[in-house]
Design a protein around this ligand. Structure first.
Ligand SMILES: [Zn+2]
Ligand SMILES: [Zn+2]
Length: 452
């Protein structure tokens, strides 16, 4: 659970310094002081830490809350500030930025670190700052390195979701007791997606004139975490009647949001590449010399118009339902059109672990009222005394007149044993219906044969 959530983009330079100082404090640095704004001199924060040998290290921090890359001059200025720092022991200089560093800046820092000076320079970019923030339990959002959103595609209230889960996966199980079912855990995880609408209009010509027009409009969804195109089925389901309905995420859902790993411009660039690839065609045409040619028609960025785009989330539910000594995880993605189940533990027999729905025989699901197991038909037994269905693991089995009989408990078995021992022999035979049946059939055949 993250304590704070901070949107870096909305901060000015001084507020950024305060946030950075706070992140260092929470990461165990000591005497972290934000220096007064007037006499900057290449240091915004001074602080201390002890190295593994217990030696005190003095650190100067320069903060740069910029959109653009940080260049070599910033590192040079910091270097001088570290050199002039009044401390006899180890000294370090950190440049912390919400963006990233130019190759020159990185190279310069390496040169200092490789030299014989007793100074170390560390460059902390937007991504590393985010890592440090996570370590300090601060949910830092930074539009320079990542897209963010507070909207999700539509998702149902919890009660409705629970009912849907019970009605679809639990109530259809044979002999289930609704009273046993307890919702142990329910949570929604919001997955980031980038949605984009575009138009393309491109003409391709050769010496014979226009050979192809590529005109289309389309919609694409990208996985905001991995950057790949979203699964085709899922993307289709997220758009309901070519419209998306949004729901603003409440503040307390922040902790179950998965962060975007890319920023908006990176996502747009990915989308652009994808649009170009998907609209590239190999066109056959006849040249003036009557020869067939094939031209690869690749649209250009200027042929493509992005008409709409949006960063948003879609919900995945994770529900855990307890039944007696067993519990079941059900995971599914909710879309406006349909739910896509990604995990359903009620499909697996708790005795043999096989997928019940894929079995050729014993395909129905059964519930054991003793332990709460859901089993295949092959692993549920009907008890001799009460006709209850319980799983083979809970049942007590004993053979009577060669036939397997099942009981809910050993006490029940004892009761039956005393009843059975008192039975006359011809009644004992009745306990083995199979034997009885075959005996009767063979007797008839025998009589029939004799009669002939
Ligand atoms: Zn089974
Ligand atoms: Zn059982």
């Amino acid at each position: 659970m993250l304590d704070d959530n901070i949107l870096l983009d909305s901060l000015n330079g001084y507020q950024f310094e305060e946030v950075v100082a706070d992140i260092f404090r929470k990461n165990g640095f000591r005497n972290v002081i934000v220096t007064p704004c007037s006499n900057d001199g290449g240091k915004d924060i001074v602080m201390e830490k002890k190295d593994p040998n217990g030696e005190l290290i003095k650190i100067v921090v320069e903060c740069k809350h910029h959109q653009s890359k940080i260049g070599r001059p910033v590192v040079q200025k910091l270097h001088s500030a570290v050199v002039t720092l009044n401390h006899v022991g180890k000294k370090q200089g950190y440049v912390v930025t919400s963006s990233s560093f130019s190759p020159n800046a990185v190279q310069y820092a390496q040169e200092i670190n490789n030299s014989l000076e007793n100074i170390e320079i560390r460059l902390i970019d937007g991504r590393e700052l985010k890592e440090l923030a996570i370590g300090a339990k601060v949910d830092l959002k930074n539009g320079i390195i990542e897209a963010y959103s507070n909207e999700s595609t539509y998702y149902s209230p919890k009660e409705k979701t629970i009912n849907w889960t019970l009605e679809n996966f639990f109530y259809p199980v044979n002999a289930i007791s609704k009273m046993d079912l307890v919702v142990q855990n329910i949570r929604t995880v919001f997955h980031p997606v980038f949605y984009i609408e575009y138009n393309i209009s491109a003409n391709f010509s050769t010496t014979v004139g226009i050979i192809h027009n590529e005109r289309a409009n389309g919609q694409l969804f990208f996985d905001g975490e991995r950057g790949n195109l979203l699964d085709y089925n899922l993307a289709g389901l997220l758009i309901n009647d070519s419209n998306i309905n949004f729901k603003t995420l409440p503040e307390n859902q922040f902790s179950s949001k998965i962060d975007f790993r890319l920023n908006e411009s990176e996502l747009k660039e990915l989308a652009m590449n994808e649009i170009i690839i998907s609209h590239t065609r190999n066109i056959r045409y006849k040249g003036k010399n009557n020869v067939q040619y094939i031209k690869e028609c690749i649209p250009k960025a200027k042929d493509i118009t992005i008409s709409n785009y949006k960063c948003l989330y879609y919900p995945k539910w994770e529900i855990n339902i307890q039944a007696k000594r067993n519990d079941y995880n059900i995971y599914f993605v909710e879309t406006p059109s349909d739910n896509i189940v990604t995990k359903n533990e009620t499909d697996f027999c708790r005795v043999c672990n096989s997928n019940i729905t894929k079995k050729i025989i014993f395909r129905s699901k059964w519930y054991c009222k003793e332990c709460g197991s859901i089993t295949c038909k092959g692993h549920v037994k009907v008890t001799r005394m009460t006709n209850a269905s319980i799983c083979i693991d809970c049942a007590v089995m004993k053979r009577f007149f060669g036939a397997k009989k099942y009981f809910e408990s050993t006490e029940e078995l004892r009761d039956f044993e005393s009843y059975y021992s008192a039975l006359p022999r011809h009644k004992k035979v009745m306990e083995n219906s199979y034997l009885l049946f075959t005996t009767v059939v063979f007797s008839f055949i025998f009589i029939f044969m004799v009669a002939l």
